[in-house]
Design a protein around this ligand. Structure first.
Ligand code: CAA
Length: 383
């Protein structure tokens, strides 16, 4: 049975998120982009109406929502500002390893306090020399009695400078590649954790991205996620669950760009008529509409599979790659429709285009998504 209709509850979630994006996010998006400032006040309001920590079960104080519900919310928030939506979504990415592999005791100990007031989380996987090739990481975790000692540094960490809770991946022996990696729950106030300065990015400038440095950070064994050496698979399972949300983020951003281009096309006159009457412009907008619709369906399909309990590695990668490549095309075409005005900061579309670029890079580059998809087309013997 295929069902495309949303439930009344889902329509309500969408409405609440849309109003929040219009009233609280969109009005401050340009300012936070320009100043590269972190919008704590927006997140505080999001926290108060339950638009953060969406996937955490209600018993621990979260939203208790499924992946499709989250995609509906993230699309709306991203239509307000992709950078602001991104940091908010990364809270769920950060705690997903705990949902995937945490014990009931760990969930009680970490998730409840995390959700009891506004806090940010970060997912510390990427390194300066190990982004696409996760198994090449060099951050080490050495056993020392009942503790692990973490040393190394993580790069391009969303919420890195503002997080109070981190999930961190480190290896006990680099030569073991993926088989030596473990995951840890790390409160960010542990001695030895330092944050680099906020990175000065092209787009999504409201979101906080930094290096995070670990120097002899003593983490209790009780904070190990799953078993020792299971960290790589925990990280991969986490990314399977979060990539559809990047798809949704791309759909929301592209939708905002298309809506801006439609409004502009109705006002801008060339050759004596609004440019919306030129077929050249109509066809560009029609292409945007069909690509956004296709990306949304792929995103919802991956999310639906996850909610049904299926493994959706392939579908998550398809949704992420398709939707984010689409967002890059749509935002670039929106700038084209605005012409010279699209290239200046007085109009929102140049920001949409800058915000879109990183969607093709983070949560696994779109080349990595294609690699994952291709591995599902060919057997292991073709690797
Ligand atoms: N689920 C469960 N298990 C998985 C899995 C998955 N999705 N993917 C791989 N595995 C298992 C494999 O089955 C294999 O298991 P066995 O040892 O038992 O056979 C093991 O893990 C190793 O898998 P691979 O051989 O496929 O590993 P690989 O080294 O070739 O790498 C990769 C695979 C897909 C390229 C991986 O490195 C990858 O996903 N890279 C991209 C990393 C990424 O997405 N980073 C994003 C950072 S977060 C971020 O960007 C957030 C933000 O700022 C917003």
């Amino acid at each position: 049975m295929v069902e495309f209709r949303l439930t009344e509850e889902q329509e309500e979630l969408r409405r609440v998120a849309r109003e929040f994006a219009q009233n609280e996010i969109a009005p401050v998006a340009a300012e936070h982009d320009q100043k590269s400032s972190f919008p704590w006040e927006v997140y505080q309001k999001a926290f108060e109406i339950g638009l953060i920590n969406l996937t955490v079960p209600t018993e621990y104080g979260g939203g208790g929502l499924g992946c499709l519900d989250c995609c509906l919310i993230v699309e709306e928030l991203a239509a307000g500002c992709a950078g602001i939506a991104s940091s908010l979504m990364v809270n769920d990415l950060a705690i997903t390893p705990i949902l995937v592999a945490g014990t009931p005791e760990q969930k009680e100990r970490f998730l409840k306090p995390f959700c009891s007031k506004l806090q940010m989380g970060s997912f510390c996987l990427s390194e300066a020399g190990a982004g696409s090739d996760v198994a090449a990481m060099t951050t080490t975790a050495k056993r020392d009695g009942d503790d692990y000692i973490l040393n190394g540094s993580k790069m391009f960490i969303t919420n890195g400078g503002v997080a109070s809770l981190m999930t961190v991946f480190a290896t006990r022996d680099r030569s073991l590649r993926h088989a030596g990696i473990s995951g840890f729950i790390v409160p960010a106030d542990l001695p030895g954790i330092r944050r680099g300065k906020k990175l000065d990015k092209m787009g999504q400038r409201a979101s906080d991205t930094t290096e995070v440095i670990f120097e002899d950070v003593r983490v209790p064994r009780a904070n190990l996620l799953g078993k020792e050496d299971e960290g790589f698979k925990i990280a991969m399972k986490t990314l399977d669950l979060s990539r559809p949300m990047i798809g949704a983020l791309a759909v929301g951003l592209a939708r905002a760009a298309m809506e801006a281009a439609i409004n502009y096309a109705k006002e801008r006159v060339t050759f004596g008529v609004p440019i919306a009457q030129h077929q050249a412009i109509q066809f560009m907008l029609a292409d945007m509409d069909k690509e956004i619709a296709a990306a949304r369906l792929l995103t919802w399909h991956a999310a639906w599979l996850i909610d049904q309990g299926f493994r959706a590695t392939r579908e998550s990668s398809i949704a992420k790659a398709f939707a984010t490549d689409m967002a890059m095309r749509v935002t670039t075409d929106a700038v084209q429709i605005f012409g010279g005005y699209g290239y200046i900061k007085d109009f929102p579309v140049e920001k949409y285009m800058r915000d879109a670029k990183v969607l093709q890079i983070y949560e696994g580059t779109n080349q990595i998504q294609r690699l994952v998809i291709a591995r599902h087309l060919f057997g292991k013997e073709y690797r």
